[in-house]
Design a protein. Structure first.
Length: 395
């Protein structure tokens, strides 16, 4: 199946979209699927749709579709809730597996919510836990026999720097630590072999490269041989072995479903289910090869035509995800000017201009046209316009 597949997406005319690493584009089947769920299933079936439309099976069915994309076996991925909740669940479960250790290891480039959830969990449970956050390149050497859990995002949200999943997981296990991977910037962007890594847990969101839409539910993977050891911190009724038995006390499901918490977001899950159709006939290696080609082209074009911008992402393919970031002192204003002229990327403090490469709907022509606009923004200093100086609530 050749790339790109622009005809499978509803993309606005006159826009070059380089922000799929933050929010994926709208797949054409998603809106009609949402309308069907709202109008026919909810509208006509009402509460009967939990059975007649098989809403109850949707979270695990969608989980199995994600499992294929991250190298996990069927039944090992549950969907629902938010990524923050899934980080909390995985981290709490992991700490319980190493009760004699008190160090959580992450890195100082990790997405803030992962670190916030770790801090909040430590405050809740007490017991003298410590969160250590060395630089990403120093993580491997920081994995000692004091570490209970290693919590890392495979691809850095600011720079696109990619950790070596297999090597770090092995290092964690050699030191007796539990491994949790956040796949927010990996799932749907590059090949992942979470089962092959032998990591205990993985979490991720679905609104980026999986195109599930704003607020799309998160997912969590638990290594199948460990499921019965997991004691969920958030023991919700959807994680119960028999939710509709309405038993007085919690009895966890005998599968990854025990990591479900509340009632699943059926409309959002249905949109995600439709979005995942696009991946059915696409090989992740093909996506990865196209992504690297597009990002290599972008780096070469920007460095040749936009002096003043400094590459913040690794050049080495093995060390880079599916985004490219450049540093620029006036990055926020420059990005607003770029967006105003039809090329959408985004900004991350303090000076990062981020560009995502999603070969499902981008090609080399888009890359060159995007750099044409960026070159004009920088050369003509369009970013100096006062209207680009005021920061919006979302950057």
């Amino acid at each position: 199946m050749s790339l790109p597949k622009k005809h499978l997406f509803d993309l606005p005319d006159g826009v070059i979209y380089l922000d799929g690493n933050s929010l994926g584009a709208l797949p054409k089947g998603a809106a009609s699927r949402a309308a069907e769920v709202i109008g026919r299933e909810w509208g006509q079936e009402l509460i009967r749709a939990w059975n007649t439309a098989d809403w109850m099976a949707l979270p695990m069915r969608v989980g199995d579709r994600i499992a294929r994309l991250i190298g996990a076996p069927a039944g090992s991925v549950a969907t629902g809730d938010t990524l923050s909740i899934k980080v909390y669940q995985a981290l709490d479960a992991a700490l319980k597996m190493r009760p004699d250790r008190r160090v959580i290891l992450s890195d100082n480039g990790n997405f803030p919510t992962d670190l916030y959830m770790a801090e909040g969990l430590m405050e809740t449970i007490g017991k003298g836990y410590e969160l250590r956050t060395p630089a990403p390149e120093d993580v491997a050497d920081a994995i000692t026999d004091e570490v209970a859990v290693v919590l890392l995002t495979e691809v850095d949200y600011r720079t696109g720097r990619k950790h070596d999943m297999a090597a770090i997981t092995k290092r964690a296990h050699d030191s007796g630590a539990v491994m949790i991977w956040d796949l927010a910037h990996s799932a749907g962007a590059l090949p992942v072999n979470i089962a092959g890594s032998n990591a205990e847990f993985a979490v991720g969101c679905t609104y980026k490269y999986l195109n599930g839409g704003p607020g799309a539910p998160a997912f969590i993977y638990a290594r199948p041989d460990l499921v019965e050891e997991i004691s969920p911190a958030l023991a919700g009724w959807m994680g119960h072995d028999a939710p509709f038995a309405m038993e007085r006390h919690y009895r966890p499901a005998m599968s990854t479903e025990r990591l479900r918490v509340g009632t699943p977001p059926i409309v959002q899950l249905s949109i995600l289910d439709a979005a995942l159709d696009i991946f059915d006939e696409i090989d992740m290696e093909e996506i990865r090869a196209a992504s690297l080609a597009l990002s290599d082209l972008f780096i070469a074009e920007v460095e040749a035509r936009c002096p003043g911008l400094t590459l913040a992402s690794p050049r080495d393919h093995a060390s880079r995800g599916s985004q490219v970031s450049f540093r620029f002192e006036h990055g926020y204003a420059a990005m607003q000017a770029l967006i105003d002229h039809g090329v959408i990327g985004d900004f991350r403090a303090p000076d990062i201009m981020r560009f995502g490469f999603t070969p499902l709907y981008l090609d080399a022509g888009d890359v060159r046209a995007g750099v044409d606009v960026l070159e004009r923004v920088i050369a003509e200093e369009l970013w100096r316009d006062p209207k680009y100086q005021t920061k919006s609530r979302v950057t």
